[in-house]
Design a protein around this ligand. Sequence first.
Ligand SMILES: Cc1cc2nc3c(=O)[nH]c(=O)nc-3n(C[C@H](O)[C@H](O)[C@H](O)COP(=O)(O)OP(=O)(O)OC[C@H]3O[C@@H](n4cnc5c(N)ncnc54)[C@H](O)[C@@H]3O)c2cc1C
Length: 365
Amino acid sequence: MQIRKSDHFQRLNIKELLGIRVEKICSEQGKVLLSNGTSLNYDGLVLATGARPSSLNIPGDDLPGVFTLRTYDDAKAIVRRCDQVSSAVTVGGGLIALKTAAALKERGVQKVTVVIKSRQILSRQLDPLSAEIVKRALEKLELQFVFGVNPIAFEGDRRRGLSEIILEDGSRLSAQLAVVGKGVTPNQELALAVGGKQNRGLLVEPFLSIGRENIFAAGDVIEVEDPITGEFTTSALWSLASVQGRVAGYNALAAMRGKPLQRYIPRLTRMNATEFNRIPVVSVGHIDAQGEDVEIFKGGPSLKSPCAHRYLVFKGPRLVGAALVGDVDQAGPYANLIIRGLPVRHYAKDLLRGNVLKTILTRLT
Ligand SMILES: Cc1cc2nc3c(=O)[nH]c(=O)nc-3n(C[C@H](O)[C@H](O)[C@H](O)COP(=O)(O)OP(=O)(O)OC[C@H]3O[C@@H](n4cnc5c(N)ncnc54)[C@H](O)[C@@H]3O)c2cc1C
């Protein structure tokens, strides 16, 4: 699967070394040791090692038939297995577990169950009612849901692979395939070994330096501040990884040449647009904001869709979060209001009706 033309890097005069890992950074010598036994010298280094799926660390999680989903190879292995099974389980209430469950059903797996520890799906992205609308849309695909429990073991044998999943309430689900989607762990070991610091992800300074000379980092491996929630978090968004990569690459070169560095300007880390069983869903910003100055406006349906629901979160005068289900036409303008932090609480009812552009044009300009 290629997203760039095969000569993309060549044209940029970038040499690709595929299938080779960096095993160690020797920062004193400005050198990285590679898995093929050779080494490379550097003047500037950008770590963009991404993240790996978090493991459940429970018995049987290495059985054939138990998967996580990160790479194209993972996807191909799941597809190969799913053609031979009648029941499957996905674990987690987030986008990966839900999208995978729907895809397995679409590929003809008879029984697909989603096991979710929390009480609703997409709890970071959606309010309970929006989540319920999405869940019902997925139930129409005949997906089943089990809430409030985690798996505690996968059972089966090495030859035939997974056969059962045991849940923490003692119940059992028969399944020959499981896909675990319980978040990711940043690949920060290389950086930590040279003195990088970690919290949820690798800590970086505003110029995306890890605090060691000429070493910068970008993408899923780092944590950054979300300008709306104020929290420091990993982002797991392609768009942010790209922007950060550009800043880190620029700064690695600028530092070498003694030029001024670029500051990374924090961007929204919570922004998702997707669809479930033909129902579009958008979630932007701080949906689960708390505090005395937080006000919620919710409503629907709209003329456009009988299952449409809007959920707007205001903190003081600012719109800080929007969840849209069924009718997402105004998603861009809502996101824009959130990012710009304009004082729009006064127009909350207009905004809830979906008159976002009109409100911006007539009242704020
Ligand atoms: C199933 C799935 C669906 C997604 N869908 C979306 C979406 O719709 N929209 C969106 O914005 N984001 C999406 N994401 C998230 C997005 O893919 C990531 O945020 C993005 O890929 C992060 O880019 P990255 O370069 O930081 O890390 P990665 O893309 O993970 O790349 C890291 C690379 O570094 C390599 N590496 C790691 N360690 C070493 C080492 N020691 N030496 C050499 N190489 C190393 C890895 O092999 C990998 O190739 C999705 C992710 C998944 C898994």
